[in-house]
Design a protein around this ligand. Structure first.
Ligand code: AMP
Ligand code: MG
Length: 353
C-alpha cells in the first residue's frame, strides 16, 4: 500500500463559499491531515483520499476499505474462475442459484438498467466481450460465425431474478456475465461506507474513472474531480465537476481500445449487434451512488445523447455530459444540473481525475 500525507489546518465554524471563507465567532482550531492510499484492485489502481486526525486512524480505515474492495473483487471478477459470479455462470441452464447480498445488489441494479435502457446496458454480453478481448490481443476482428454464436447467448431477458428468494437463474447454458461496467462503481460506494463506519466521513474513493465522494474536504464545499480531456487524454484535465456525498463516472474508449484496419474499436459493446463501438465518444454521469453513475455512463456510450439523456432524466439526482466526435467535429452536450465547475476553480487542480 502506498501512502502520502499532507498536513491541513482547518478552522471549525468557517463556511466555505467558493474562494471566500466566512469565519464565525466560535472558531476553533483543529487539525486534520490529508492522506492518500493506492492499491491495485478490480484490474485497476484504486485510490483513496481521506482526512483523518492521525496516521494510525487513516491507515486502519483505508485497510478496511481496501479489504472490502478485495472481497467484492473476489465475488464479481470474471478473471477469477472461483468467483461467485463465475460459479453462477457455470450453473447456466440449470436451476436457480442463491446469491450473496453483494452479488444480488449489483445484479439487481444491472437488470434494472437493462430494462430501462432497452438492453443498451446488458451484463450478459460476456461471450461477446471475450471475443473482443481476444481481438484486442491479436489485432484481428472476431470471426463472424463465432460472433454470431456468442451473440445468441446475449440477452438480459435470460437472467431471471427472484427478489423474494434472492436467486438468479441463467436460462441458456454457456451464458457468461460481465460486471465490468458496474462493479467498480459499486466497490467505490461500498469502500466509502466502510470508511464512514471507521470514523472517516471526509473521503473519496476512485477506481479509475469511477469515483465516489463523501463529505467535502475541510473548508471546501466540494471535491474537485477532473474530467479527462477528450482530445488529449494524457494532458491535465481542463474541465472539472464538484461533488460531495455523490459520485461521478466516465466511460469511453480513450484508455481501452484497439485499432484494426484503420478503425478504432472501443471496449464497450453494442449488445444488439455484438460489435464494439466505433466513433469516439465519452459519457460522464453524476448520481447519488457510483453503482448507478458507472453503469449509466456505459449505457450512454451505447445509446448516445438523445436517448441517453431521456434515461438520465429518470435517474433521481442524475446528470450527464457527453462528448462525441461527429465527422471530425467535437460536440459537447450536457443535461440540466450537471455539476460543472466554473473556470475560476480550475487553477486549484483536481482531487482525482
Ligand atoms: P465501463 O468502463 O464502465 O464503461 O465498462 C466497460 C466494460 O463493461 C467493458 O470492459 C465490458 O467488460 C463491459 N461491457 C461492455 N459493453 C457493455 C454493455 N453494453 N453493457 C454492459 N457491460 C458492458
Ligand atoms: Mg461504466
Amino acid at each position: 500500500m502506498e501512502i502520502t500525507r499532507r498536513r491541513f489546518l482547518i478552522s471549525l465554524g468557517a463556511v466555505a463559499e467558493g474562494f471566500r471563507t466566512r469565519p464565525t465567532a466560535a472558531s476553533v482550531e483543529t487539525s486534520l491531515s490529508r492522506f492518500e492510499f493506492t492499491e491495485p484492485h478490480l484490474g485497476t489502481m484504486m485510490k483513496i483520499v481521506l482526512y483523518a486526525s492521525d496516521q494510525p486512524a487513516a491507515t486502519a480505515a483505508s485497510r478496511a476499505a481496501f479489504d472490502r474492495i478485495a472481497a467484492l473483487d473476489h465475488i464479481m471478477s470474471d478473471y477469477d474462475a472461483g468467483s461467485e459470479l463465475m460459479q453462477l455462470c457455470r450453473a447456466a441452464g440449470g436451476p436457480p442459484v442463491t446469491l450473496s447480498e453483494d452479488l444480488w445488489r449489483v445484479m439487481a441494479a444491472a437488470q434494472d438498467l437493462s430494462e430501462k435502457s432497452n438492453g443498451a446496458f446488458d451484463i450478459t454480453v460476456g461471450p461477446v466481450v471475450q471475443l473482443w478481448r481476444r481481438a484486442r490481443r491479436r489485432h484481428e476482428l472476431p470471426e463472424p460465425e463465432r460472433l454470431a454464436a456468442a451473440l445468441a447467448l446475449v440477452g438480459y431477458q435470460s437472467v431471471i431474478l427472484d427478489t423474494k428468494r434472492r436467486t438468479a437463474r441463467l436460462l441458456k447454458p454457456g451464458m457468461r456475465l460481465d460486471l465490468g461496467g458496474i462493479a467498480k462503481g459499486d466497490a467505490a460506494d461500498q469502500a466509502l461506507i466502510v470508511l464512514r463506519r471507521n470514523g472517516i466521513p471526509i473521503a473519496l474513493v476512485a477506481a479509475a474513472g469511477d469515483i465516489a465522494a463523501g463529505d467535502p474536504p475541510p473548508g471546501r464545499t466540494d471535491w474537485r474531480i477532473g474530467i479527462e480531456a477528450f482530445e488529449s487524454p494524457a494532458s491535465p484535465p481542463s474541465e472539472f465537476v464538484g461533488i460531495h456525498n455523490s459520485a461521478v463516472s466516465t466511460s469511453g474508449d480513450s484508455e481501452q481500445n484497439v485499432e484494426i484496419g484503420g478503425v478504432r474499436y472501443s471496449h464497450i459493446i453494442n449488445p444488439k449487434t455484438g460489435t464494439a463501438l466505433t466513433g469516439r465518444r465519452s459519457a460522464t454521469v453524476t448520481a447519488p451512488h457510483d453503482i448507478n453513475a458507472d453503469c449509466y455512463a456505459t449505457a450512454l456510450c451505447v445509446m448516445g445523447p438523445e436517448r441517453g439523456f431521456k434515461l438520465i432524466a429518470r435517474l433521481p439526482g442524475g446528470a450527464a455530459l457527453m462528448v462525441q466526435d461527429e465527422a471530425g467535429q467535437i460536440r459537447r452536450r450536457q443535461t440540466a444540473r450537471f455539476p460543472a465547475l466554473a473556470p475560476l476553480h480550475h487553477s486549484a487542480g483536481a482531487d482525482a481525475q
